[in-house]
Each structure stands twice: as C-alpha cells, then as structure tokens.
Design a binder for this molecule. Structure first.
Ligand code: FAD
Ligand code: 2HG
Ligand code: ZN
Length: 455
C-alpha cells in the first residue's frame, strides 16, 4: 500500500483502524462460506460519516478501489476485494437511535447489526420487519445494500420497502442525507431506494431510517409434513389466502433435515421425517389453531402430519425454526458449497423441484416457499479444482430457472458469483442501463468493481 495514503488514512480514522497485517486481513478477506477470498491491501474502519467521506476522498484521489463491507455474511462474493483495493468496513458506524413511537421508525448507523436493532425495537414493542438467520452479524447497511429478504417477506416485503430514509457517501466523497422519514415525498428520483440492492456499487450507505412494525404478539409455529413441493405449495397458499396472520411460509426437505441432524448433532423432531416439511409462523394463536382445525376437518390436512407450537411453547417453536435456519451452517460442514438462490413463479416450484435431481444430483433445497424462493446448495463443489464442474452445474440450474420464468437471484444479490449469469434474468438493454447508472454515480469505477455488473 502506498505509504503516503496509509499515513493519510491513519490520520483520518486512527492507526488502529487501518489494518494491513496479513493475519489481521484474512478474517475480513474471506467470506462466510469460504468460497470467496479477496486480496485487499488494507481494511479501513471509519467511525463517523465524516471519516467515511474523508477515506473515500483519499482513495478517489489515489485511484484506489474500495469494497464496502458490513457483517460479511453476504453469500455471493460481493465483498471479495480485488487485489490492491481497500475493504471499507462499516461495523463502527453502529449508533442506534431511539424508537420514534409516533412514526414507528428508528434511525441507525449502517454498521449496526440486525440483532442489536431488533433488541432496541422489541424493548419498545416494535420489530424490524425483515429477519434473517445471520441477524447476529448482518448489518443494516448490508441488508439495504443487498435488499435482504428472509423469512417474513410473505407478510412485509423486502428491505427496500422499509427504507424510510437514508444517508450515503458518493464515490467522490459527497455526503447525501435524507433521513427525515417522510412517508410521502414525491420530489423526484428516489435515490435512497435505488441504493437498496445496489450491492455497494453506487454509494456507501452510512445510516438508515427504518420503518418498524408492531412486535409479534402471540407467536405460533405450525410444521406440516407433506409428500411433495407441489402439495406444500397448495397447503401454504391456502393458509395465506384464508389467514391474514401468516408471517412466514418456509420449506425444508427430509435430506436437508438429516444433514442438520448429522452435521450439527441436533435432535430433529419427527415432523421433519416427511419428504417436505412446511413451516408456517402466525401472529396469533387462536386464528392459527382455527385455520389448522378447518383444514383437518375438510380433509385437506391429516392431523398426524401437523405439529403446533403455540405461545406457551416458545422452546418447541425455537427448535422448529432452528432446524430450518441452521441448514446453511450444516451444509458448510460438508465443505465449501456452491450456493444458488433462485425464485420461481409458485406454480412452477413443483416442476423445478422435480427436474433438479436430474440437473444437479445431490443438491440440497430449502427456502422461502411463500415467495417462490428456493435455496439450492451443492455441498463441497465450491473448492479449488472443481471450478469447471461448478460452472456447469450453476449454468444448468440457472438456465432451468430462467426457462421456468424464474430469477437467478431472489434475495442474496448478484455479487461476483452471479455477474456472468445476469443476462439470464436481465435483457441487454437493462444491463446497458445498469452500466450507464454506474457510470453516472461512479465515473472512475472505483466502488466495488466486478460486483453485480458483468465486466
Ligand atoms: P456484507 O456481506 O458485508 O456485504 C454484502 C454486500 O453489500 C456487498 O456487496 C457489500 O459491498 C455491500 N455492502 C455492505 N455494507 C454496505 C454499505 N454500508 N453500503 C454499501 N454497500 C454495502 N439473506 C437474505 O436475503 N435472506 C436470508 O434469509 C438470509 N439468511 C442468511 C443466513 C445465513 C446463516 C447467512 C450466513 C447469510 C444469510 N443471508 C440472507 C445473506 C446475508 O445475511 C444478507 O445478504 C445480508 O444482507 C448481508 O449483510 P452484511 O452486513 O453481512 O453485508
Ligand atoms: C436462508 O434463507 C438464507 O437461510 C441462506 O438465505 C440460504 O444458505 C443458503 O443457501
Ligand atoms: Zn433465504
């Protein structure tokens, strides 16, 4: 790293927040899955938006690329820093404001973790509408930058929908602030929500005003054993259409649950023994029970296939959720995976699930059934030496998804992992527009080069 730049950066953020020793860099440089390992010259950790802007200005003057990084839980290589670049870690931007009860909003630094914001919101009887399994590390800035989805999209939508205000720094160091939290504000381009899903390629987010929802009052988790994806889709959609208290509709397979049991030494309840298990979460006990009872009475469901964990059994509910949420961890234990995160029209989920074993034997599927979002994991295929095999499997699956009217990325983003496949979901006119948008925000091409937009 240029010694002059280093001295300048140290002057801005303090020497302890400019990391250059290889052993310090390695934990930041490698992603959560172990598949993507970057080669940054330094990790820089600004503590205020002014420091962040100064760092960006220094890097722009020195023409050094910057890769923004929050909790490093992204699954598509978005934080894989190219050689010679700086990893700009936002974790120190972690202030959490008070819950504004009247507007049901909270303003937080981009580096605050989801879990820490959830805690503050829940103390005030509110909740963050988006929830993901990586809540302990994923940052609010990273969740906006990836437009994170998670388990409650069926009820509340994705992260972009809850951005009520934003502060960000452009690649030339200009600070843009729009944290007012107005619900109605038709005064031109909605740049805050444009940054949602931009994966750190247009600007670096420094703070966010998030819209909150009332806290989940009487959590009821219902697990239902099914014979096929098609059957689980029918059951889930019937609940969605008849019960407005549905917060989540997830699915797992028997093979995935066996993996969780074996790899994590977890006691997996018998309801997960069926080929597919549907996991539903409701806000409210009575309404959930009534819906289940009606489905049993009408013969749509067999009572023996259903397990209900109501508000009186929080531990049982947590166990049911853990089996679902710990799939990612269990899969990683089998070796570095290739991960695909696709969405399909719900009426094609069955065809996709039926075709997948022929295209990619051994693939593990699970996901957010209510949103048509399937996570396809190929355990052990993400290692060095298997790149050709991995690219073939990825291509075959993504082409199948596109042929069924789906998207090659439902919620994790494009990052570096999917950039070469973007054309399967976006037309050349759209990709050309992306390039022109990128050019207008970042004419020097210094912000997260190689991420999202194919090179
Ligand atoms: P990072 O991984 O640090 O970065 C992700 C991308 O955002 C990168 O391109 C980075 O450059 C950019 N970025 C980060 N911070 C900023 C910023 N302040 N300004 C501009 N750009 C920035 N995702 C889901 O959508 N749904 C899930 O259910 C879900 N579950 C997960 C479960 C596990 C166990 C794991 C490991 C991951 C899961 N993820 C899920 C993926 C991940 O948690 C999300 O993508 C999350 O939003 C990433 O946040 P982060 O702070 O870790 O971002
Ligand atoms: C989830 O829904 C995450 O658990 C991670 O999006 C998915 O590991 C995956 O493939
Ligand atoms: Zn997911």
């Amino acid at each position: 790293m240029d010694p002059g730049l280093r001295v300048d950066l140290e002057r801005v953020v303090g020497a302890v927040h400019v990391l250059t020793e290889p052993e310090m860099l390695s934990s930041y440089a490698q992603d959560w899955t172990g598949r993507f390992v970057g080669d940054p010259v330094a990790v820089v950790r600004p503590g205020t938006v002014e420091e962040l802007a100064s760092v960006i200005r220094l890097c722009a003057a020195a023409r050094v690329p910057i890769v923004p990084q929050g909790g490093n839980t992204g699954l598509v290589g978005g934080t894989k820093a190219p050689s010679g670049s700086i990893l700009l870690n936002t974790r120190r931007l972690d202030t959490i404001g008070e819950v504004d009860r009247l507007s049901a909003q909270i303003t937080v630094g981009a580096g605050a973790t989801l879990e820490s914001v959830q805690q503050v919101a829940r103390e005030a009887s509110f909740d963050v509408p988006v929830d993901v399994g990586a809540r302990g590390s994923a940052t609010i800035g990273g969740m906006v930058a990836t437009n994170a989805g998670g388990t409650r999209v069926i009820r509340f939508g994705m992260m972009r929908a809850h951005v009520h205000g934003l502060e960000a720094v452009l690649p030339d160091g200009t600070i843009l602030s729009r944290l007012g939290g107005l619900i109605k504000d038709n005064t031109g381009y909605d740049w805050p929500r444009l940054l949602a899903g931009s994966e750190g390629t247009l600007a670096i987010i420094s703070a966010v005003t998030i819209g909150l929802v009332p806290t989940l009052s009487e959590r009821t988790v219902v697990a239902i054993g099914c014979d096929s994806i098609a059957e689980s889709v029918r059951v889930a959609m019937r609940f969605r259409d008849t019960n407005q208290h549905l917060w989540a509709a997830e699915f797992v397979t028997r093979a995935g649950c066996e993996l969780v049991a074996d790899q994590l030494a977890m006691l997996v309840p018998p309801v997960f023994d069926r080929p597919i298990t549907l996991l539903l979460e409701f806000d409210g006990f009575e309404a959930a029970l009534l819906s289940v009872a009606k489905s049993v009475d009408s013969g749509d469901l067999c009572e023996a296939d259903v397990t209900v964990a109501g508000p009186g059994s929080p531990t049982q509910a947590d166990v049911l959720w853990a089996v679902r949420e710990r799939h990612t961890e269990a899969i990683n234990r089998l070796g570095v995976p290739v991960k695909l995160d696709v969405s399909l029209p719900v009426n094609n989920l069955g065809s996709f699930a039926d075709s997948l074993p022929f295209v990619a034997p051994g693939a593990v599927m699970f996901g957010h059934l209510g949103d048509g979002n399937v996570h396809v994991n190929l355990p052990g295929l993400g290692v060095e030496g298997r790149e050709i095999e991995a690219a073939k499997a990825e291509g075959d699956i993504l082409v199948l998804v596109a042929s069924l009217g789906g998207s090659i990325s439902a919620e994790h983003g494009i990052g570096r992992a999917k950039a070469e496949w973007l054309h399967l979901s976006r037309s050349s006119a759209e990709i050309d527009l992306f390039r022109r948008m990128k050019q207008s925000f970042d004419p020097l091409g210094l912000l997260n080069p190689g991420c999202l937009i194919p090179t």
